[in-house]
Structures are given as C-alpha cells and as structure tokens.
Design a protein around this ligand. Structure first.
Ligand code: USQ
Length: 394
C-alpha cells in the first residue's frame, strides 16, 4: 500500500503510521497539530510530553530503517489537500525527498474527536464543524478531481447511531414500507455535536461515492482504550498522545488514571450507558484489514468497529477490582451526568464484518487492564487531578 494518513499525529494516527510502516507499506503522515495545540490551549494536561512529528519519524527511522514521510499542514486548506494527490506535496521530513507517489489508500483521522470539546461553547462548536466537514469535503473533491481510484478508510463512530431501541446493523438498514423495499443508511441520531459532525461526514461521503464513484470504507468505532502497541514499545519516545482529562480522555483510559492517582472513578449519572469498546491494537488490525479488502468504485462499505460491550458501571467495577488487586484503593463516585444521554437503554449492535475479514479480537481481561495500569503508573507523578473533572455541560 501507498498509505496517506490524515491526522497522523493523533491518538490513532501515529500508531497507525508505525503499524503500517512496520508491515512494509509506504507511509506519509499529515497533521497540523490541532489536537496537541488544543491540549495546550485548554491546559488539559497529558500523561507525558511528545516529540514533534518530525522527531517521531526520525526516531522511527533510526530504530527500524523504515521511512514515514511527514507533512505539516492544515487540511481544511484545499490546496494542501490537493498537493497530496497532484505531486506538489512539500515534506517537512523524509528520509528520501526525491520522490512522492500518489496514495492508493487514505486513512482519514483528521478530525476533532471530542464530544465535550464540541460543546464547550459556540466557538469550539464552530471549530469542530468547520474542521471535520471541510477536511472531509476537501478530501472528496481532491479524489474526484485527481485520484478517484484511491480508497478512503475513514474512522466514523458508533455514536452516530445513538442508542436506538432496535438492533444496530452495520451501517445499512433494509426497509419495507407500504409493500415496497429499499436499503438506506441506518438511522442516525447522535448525542453530541462532535458525533453529529460524523453523521454529516457519512452523508457527505455517501453523496460523493454514489455521485462520483469514489471508494470509501467507514469504520464505526467505539471508544478506544490502551496506550502501548508493538511498535511504540520499541522506544518510550514513540508513545501515542495519551489524555485522561475530561475533554480528550476516553472513559476506560480515564478511569485507570483516576485509580492510579487515587481520584474516585467519575461515573456519570446512573452508569447504565453502554458502548462498544475496542483495544488500540485491534483498531490497528481493523484498519489494515479494511484497507486490504477495499470498497469498490461507487461503494460505501460500513463496519461496526467494536469488540465487546460494557456499561460505565461495568467498567468502573472492573477498574476497581483490578486496581484493588494491584494495591490501589479505588473508589467509585456517581456524579450528576453533565451530558444529555440515555443512562439506561437497549443496546444491541451487530459487529461481524471485521471478524469476517480476518480480525482477531483482543478483549479487556483483568490481565490486559492490569498491564495498562502498570504503564500508566510509570507516569504517576505527571497526573494532574485538576483536569479530571470540570463538568462541561451539554
Ligand atoms: N463517561 C463517564 N464518566 C467519565 C467519562 C465518560 O461516565 O468520566 C461516560 C460517558 O457519559 C459516555 C461513556 O462514558 O456515556 C463514553 O464516554 P467517552 O468520553 O469515553 O466517549 P465519547 O464521548 O462517546 O467519545 C469517544 C471518543 C470519540 C469516539 C467515541 C466512540 O472521544 O472520538 O467517536 O468515543 S462512541 O462512544 O461509540 O461514539
């Protein structure tokens, strides 16, 4: 594969770059440091600081001999997006600057990923809308005009579907109405503005796919947990960005950090909110397998990218059990829910497609959770309690 990763500095983008590079794919990453800059601007704290993307690529090259080319640029600018497909790209770092190839696969992660960020106030709402939709739109037009055979693997979210009182299919729903049948995108009703931008992405991409014959796979992913991958274990400086704050931290990662630092686990509301979760290592497997069996021209392929279901209460109980076994005194605190979401609901998503293309799932066992505890504990002195809960309301 000649892989282009949009958002290559992020929690999933950088591990994806190393994973694909290690497996012999050519890799270019693009990022404008939006996520890092937001962390600095909002003073959310991070578990550890990170080298720049150029430094990361250099360390990767020194350690493995594999090149990850780096472009620093804002993909809401159409010219920067188009430069990636018309041979005029400018690299900020490459081991070999002498050539550039048009990517056959684009991994699109270049989005503002936080629900609380999108609802901080109207300015952050606008930033989320404009970043997420303009990047996707610029990508669609660049492909239509310059490289329509390139396959896009986009990270969507299970949150697009919300929590309907019926089973959630993989992307599509067959509907029979007044004696006639048709197939539609599964109904979507998100519970944050961020998640709503992902619905808008799906609609935008589906329009472009059916109108211009583009090839897109959209992966409806649940909250991801974990911090180490086989590749990041090579060198401490290759670790991914890891947040545990209310804005950018996802719930399992947050609870483990809270347990390590002696902060009661922040269960929002009744804690019956159920989601599909996935280990960061399984995300990597999924995106490679999805890329290796691409959508056809004019096809929008959708997979639900989750491995197992948990309620918030179940996660809190598991973190408490594992933490207590490791000698931490873990308490659980039920807080008034700052979000507007169902706290007690039916949840039955289908998630077979990725298993059928060869993904081997890893589950959140006590051993897996204990290994994350041990990694987090190495950075215990960096944990800031003041960023754990601020109560950003919907
Ligand atoms: N929650 C708590 N306590 C906390 C943090 C979260 O009870 O301290 C609850 C939330 O209210 C929610 C659930 O845990 O019901 C998951 O919250 P989260 O912050 O881990 O995940 P979410 O806001 O849904 O967003 C994350 C990622 C996002 C991705 C999404 C997948 O930030 O990029 O799209 O997971 S999904 O949830 O399936 O939509």
């Amino acid at each position: 594969m000649n892989a282009l990763i949009l958002g290559g500095d992020g929690y999933l983008g950088w591990p994806t770059a190393m994973y694909l590079s290690k497996r012999g794919h050519q890799v270019t990453v693009v990022d404008n440091y939006m996520r890092r800059n937001a962390c600095t601007e909002l003073d959310v704290g991070m578990l550890y600081s990170l080298p720049t993307l150029q430094e990361r690529a250099k360390i990767w090259y020194e350690k493995t001999g594999f090149e990850i080319k780096v472009v620093i640029g804002d993909l809401t600018c159409p010219e920067i997006m188009r430069s990636l497909f018309n041979g005029t790209v400018e690299y900020q770092w490459a081991e070999d600057y002498s050539y550039s190839e048009i990517p056959d696969t684009v991994f699109h992660y270049a989005e503002q990923p936080s629900a609380p960020y999108s609802l901080l106030n109207y300015k952050y709402a606008n930033k989320t809308l404009s970043n997420n939709l303009l990047v996707t739109n610029n990508l669609m037009f660049a492909l239509r005009d310059l490289s329509p055979k390139t396959h896009v693997v986009h990270i969507g979210t299970m949150g697009e579907y919300g929590t309907p009182n019926i089973d959630i299919e993989e992307g599509w729903l067959d509907v029979e109405h007044k004696g006639r049948k048709d197939k539609f995108l599964f109904p979507r009703q998100a519970s944050s503005l961020y998640h709503t931008t992902k619905i808008m992405d799906t609609d935008l991409m589906w329009f472009c796919v059916r109108t211009w014959g583009l090839k897109v796979t959209d992966l409806m992913q649940g909250p991801v947990y974990g911090l180490e991958t086989e590749e990041s274990a090579l060198d401490e400086r290759l670790g991914t960005i890891f947040n545990y704050d209310e804005i950018f931290g996802t719930v399992i990662n947050r609870f483990i950090v809270q347990a390590v630092t002696g902060y009661p686990l922040t269960v929002y509301g009744k804690g019956g909110q159920t989601r599909g979760y996935i280990n960061i290592n399984d995300t990597l497997q999924c995106i490679e397998k999805a890329a290796l069996s691409p959508a056809k021209s004019g096809e929008l392929k959708i997979f639900n990218q989750i491995m197992e279901l948990f309620s918030v209460n179940e996660i809190a109980a598991l973190v408490q059990k594992v933490g207590n076994n490791l000698g931490y005194d873990v308490n659980i605190q039920q807080l008034e829910n700052p979000r507007k979401e169902a706290e007690d609901h039916y949840y039955n998503p289908i998630y077979q497609g990725l298993l059928e293309v060869g993904v081997t799932p890893h589950y959140l066992t006590e051993e897996v959770m204990a290994s994350i505890f041990k990694l987090v504990a190495k950075f215990e002195k960096n944990i800031r309690k003041d960023v754990i809960f601020k109560g950003i309301k919907w």
